[in-house]
Every structure is written in structure tokens, then in C-alpha cells.
Unconditional design. Sequence first.
Lengths: 288, 288
Amino acid sequence: MDIFSTLQEDKSRLSASESRIAEIVVNDFEFAVNASIIELAERAEVSPPTVTRFCRRLGCESFSDFKVQLARTAHVGVRYLKPESKSHAPSDVAQDIITKAQNALFLLHRSLDLTAIEAAVAQIARAEMIYAFGSGGNSSMIADELQNRLFRLGLRATSSSDHSMQLMMAAAAKPGDVIIGSSFSGRNAELVRAFALAREGKVRTIALTQTDSPVASAAEIVVPIDLPEGTNIYRPTSTRIAYIATVDILASLVAYAIQPKALTTLRRIKQQLVAHRDGDDDKQLLGD
Amino acid sequence: MDIFSTLQEDKSRLSASESRIAEIVVNDFEFAVNASIIELAERAEVSPPTVTRFCRRLGCESFSDFKVQLARTAHVGVRYLKPESKSHAPSDVAQDIITKAQNALFLLHRSLDLTAIEAAVAQIARAEMIYAFGSGGNSSMIADELQNRLFRLGLRATSSSDHSMQLMMAAAAKPGDVIIGSSFSGRNAELVRAFALAREGKVRTIALTQTDSPVASAAEIVVPIDLPEGTNIYRPTSTRIAYIATVDILASLVAYAIQPKALTTLRRIKQQLVAHRDGDDDKQLLGD
DNA sequence: GGTTCCTGCAAATTATTTTCTTGATAAGTT
DNA sequence: AACTTATCAAGAAAATAATTTGCAGGAACC
């Protein structure tokens, strides 16, 4: 557990003086990690012992322990509390995008539903055939990615971003097959329809989407991905990164679940690639 | 600058005693961030003042400053020095993937070539037509992603993962057009050929790939993405994430470069989407 | 009115840094 | 070649600063 979550959760249990300390820590993180207990106490207009007690209440051993914990999580965690930079200079834009991406991963980690993931992995690992659905540029990439990752494991997988094809495939799928649908917004009505159709035919359905969304309610297993999307319309990235990481987690776990099969297939794909290109370099990746 | 880079670089300037401290810091990071100066000194078999001097040499104000800086970067930075967890438990796998992804972003940020990026952005922003090339599952995703991001800005863009098509498109492209090729390995011979063909016809070429690779030498502008790929064959993710972030940075900068045009196009795409789905929710993303 | 909890003061403890000194190494000099 | 001198690393001890503990006053809440 990190300090910031604890701060959020234990906010009510803090006394007036302690809240004042908390506020400074959240608002001026730079100051807080560099300050001594005395400086922090002065700025919050409390005594040093109060700061120590504050740290203890948050589950830290001591003030220095608190500072270290703060520095550790805040590197990733605190930035989403800060207003984004308004500059369009390349270095700022790059920094901003990378920070947001890291935050997305940080938030993803904290909100991961491992139970749902395990359930999804179990279904995928034993599926006869896997259909990955997603549309609209972002989710279609995720669908392709799912197929890309799963076929390498020796599983039968296909993907489609075409609504009509999705419906037809859902209708054609058999019990024992699995449909994985991705929707960033959770409001892809056609995907909902495909899920409904699939469930009628006893086909397993897995959704990668927002909780409490139409797509989520339509699927049997929901792997929830809930992230605040920034308001800047130019930059929908961070969510995308969280989805990719989730696909990666799913694919890795499936790989472990079906170990021997996956290993052979991967080896064969790799041999094929190496033979096809230059033979002297084994370091290249599987599939560029 | 973070402590770990400094440690790497100043390694030669450290004395014997200081190197012993450095070794402990790198190998047992957990101990180092939690220890007091006395504990650290004892373990390295040096005196406390030597530890203070060590911190100063690394550019820190004091020992506590050192600890804070260490904690800040290490959260992201140190883990790639450590052997990866061998457990296949879902939580460990998830943690591992997310950490690696964050590391990839961290490393990306430190190795970004902003000059190359600016040059690429300038070319893309004024291109008549943009061709995004990439093959093999990973890079083909990046090519699609480039198209996906750029067409939304009102630019003319297409993508292809088909080697033959790439060659034909490269031959058909005109001066004023831009070809962006992605290759994780840098050893995609067909892409090299397409680049050569394009350059004959005065078409601008941009490569997203490893430095000092065949693909890199074939392109006019190289946006280098150099990351150590983990050895685990199941998990090629982290590089992918760095590529996606890079595409995002490029696309965002292009968007800013051509502001008014991009804004109108985005607005029209959004209207189209909202009209097509349910009208009551403006929060949905551009393209799922 | 009693209990509980917050808070600050002052003292005690602990940690950290500074200063000073010693010893080692290397370059220069006779 | 032997001696001198400069430079620097490193520890001891002292000084300083930071942090914590114990205690007591006071406020708020039964």
C-alpha cells in the first residue's frame, strides 16, 4: 500500500493539525520530500512531535521512513494530482505523455481485478477458438493485439473490427469458443449485441472495458479497466497503454497456463523468422 | 539526472570504500533506502563520514537527500537491475509486466532524441501523404497506430504491413510524401528496400527503430528507440509500449504544429461518432 | 465530572555532519 | 636511489542538528 492511498483513506481519521500536514504534503510534494521534520512542522504550524505522530498514523516507522515511502510512490503517483503542463514544447509534451502513461500503469496496477483475470485466463487457455473483437481504431488495435499474442501460443485465434463480421462470427461460434471484446468507452452497442448473441449459443464472453458500462453488463467475465481519461482531445494514449499492458498480462498468464504447448509453438515461429531473415542474429524479436 | 545514471557514470571516480557503498546500494536497494547512515556505514565497513562524502560526490546535498533521490528514481529505475521474479502467480506476473512497462517508459524518456523528433514532426506536418509501414505483428500495430493517430488530425495517411504493397507504395510515392517505417529489430530487409526506393524518388523517410541498425541507416530521419528487451520470450511488451508512447509524442506534436486544421477535423470526427451512437454522452472517446 | 484524545514543551536520544588528524600514495627534488 | 612534499582518502572525536519520547495542559465529547 502506498502513502497516497493511505492518505486518501485515512483522511477522516486525521486531526486538524494532521490534516494541515497532509495538505502540505499533497500540494507541495517537492517541499515535503526535501524538508526536515522541523521545516515541515513550521510550515504546517504544528510541533515536530505532531509530524512524527502523523507519520506513525500513516503506518510509517518514523519520519524518515515516511519521506522514503513518499518519495517512492510519489514519483509515479503524485503527478496526476498536478495540473498538466500547458507548454507545447517537444520536451514538455514528451514528458507529459510519458508521465501520463506511467500514471496509467500505476493506476492500472492498483485497480487490477485479479480474480476476473484468472477467470478469463482459464477460459482462454481451454478455448477451442478465440475471437477478439474491437472497433474504432483503439479497440481494434487491442483486438489485433490479442490475436497477435495468442496465436503465438499455439491457440486458435482471430480478430475482427468489423461489426457485421463480429455478429456473424458470434453466431457461428460454438460452445467451447471464447469471444473477447474490447471497448474503451464501454458503449459499443454492436459489441453488446455480439455478446448477447454469443451467450445465447453458450459461447463464453470476456470484456475488457469500463465497469458499469453496457459492454460490461453484456459479458460473462469482465476484466475492468477504469482510468480517468485526460480531457485533452489530442491524447487518448494513457488508456491505450493500460489496455496493452492488460492484454500482455492475460497473454503471459495464458502462456504459463499452457506452458509446453506454447513453448514449442514459439520456438517454431522463431525458427521460421530467423531462417527467413539473416541467420547470424538470434537476438531479434518474435515478429519484428 | 537520477542517482543510478550518476552511479554508473561516476563509478570510476569512486574510491575503494565508496565503491563498496555503491555496491550495497545497487544490490540491496531495500536495505539502502531504509538504513541509517550508521547502518549503511557498518555494512560497507566504512565510517559514517565516508558515506556522507559518497553522497556528496554523487551530487546530493546530504545523506537524507541521497536517500530521497534514491527512493525516487529507484522505484522505476532499479528494478531492471534485479533478476525478474520467477513466480507465475497472477499478481507477480502482473506486477512484473507493469514494472517493466514503466521501466521502458523511464528509459525511453532518458534516451529520447528530441532533435530527431522535431525533424520528423516537421516532415509529417507538411507531408502531402503519409505512408506508415511495419510488419510482423508488433511493428504492423505501430504502423496502424500511426495511421490511426494521423488521419484524425486531417492528414492523409495510410498504413501497410504487406511487404509487396510497401514496395509498390514506396515506388508510387511522390516528393512531398513521407514514409514512416517501424522496426523493433531494425533488421527488416524489405523495409530497408522500401526506404531505398523512396529515397531515390525524393520521398522523405522516417524510421522508428534501433540505432545502428540496417533500417536506421536506410532512413533519412531516425527516431531511435533503444531498449534492452528482456530475455523472457513470452513478454515482448515493454518495447511495444515505448513505441506506442513515441507514436503518441509524434502525433501530439504534429497536432500542435497544425493546430487549427487538426481541431476542426477532430471535432467533425467526434460529432460523427456521437451522432452514430447515443447522443446523451459526450464523454466517450474518439473511436472507442 | 470524567474520559479520551490532541497537542506542545522540554528532555533525551539518536543521527548526521564538521573538523581535525593520520596514513598512504605519487610526483618531484636532490 | 632516497628523501621531501603535495594530495587525497578515511577514521576519530566533537559539534551540531534532527528526531523521538515522556509528560502535562487543555479541549472536546460523552
